[in-house]
Design a protein around this ligand. Structure first.
Ligand code: FES
Length: 138
């Protein structure tokens, strides 16, 4: 869909960006190696493959998810790194308009099965760095 082949590859323990690089209501795309995250149903990828991801800020809240809709395994941005709805309150998939809570990634409207959610990634935020630390449940 929105191909941006120059997305930064970020390995587990590496820096995604400086916190100041992530403006309010904006996101930064990056890619994670499959072997750096826990497998999930439908992952269907080699450990050496890479999956698209993003980190997003809404005021003080900073979240990271795989860029993979829970409806179909497609990237969700409207334009590269644009994920929020018009009111900037929800993440919305551009393909069939699945709507997700920013904080939890839970689908609240649209075509996803009940209880479906985005796949969260773990991050650690310091004064100078936002670091990708793997899967949330690790
Ligand atoms: S692919 Fe995202 S809502 Fe269908």
């Amino acid at each position: 869909m929105n191909e941006t082949p120059n997305d930064l590859i970020v390995r587990k323990g590496e820096v995604i960006c400086h916190p100041n690089d992530l403006a309010n209501h904006s996101a930064i795309r990056f890619q994670v190696r499959c072997s750096d995250i826990q497998s999930f149903p439908g992952m269907n990828a080699d450990p050496e493959d890479y999956l698209p991801a993003f980190v997003l800020r809404k005021n003080q809240l900073v979240v990271a998810y795989l860029n993979r809709c829970a409806h179909l395994p497609m990237e969700m941005d409207w334009n590269p790194a644009q994920f929020l709805d018009e009111d900037l309150n929800y993440i919305v998939c551009a393909t069939h308009y699945a709507v997700y809570e920013i904080k939890t990634g839970l689908s609240v409207r649209g075509p996803c099965p009940k209880g479906a959610s985005l796949i969260p990634l773990a991050i650690h935020i310091t004064e100078n760095e936002i670091i990708f630390t793997g899967s949330e449940s690790e």
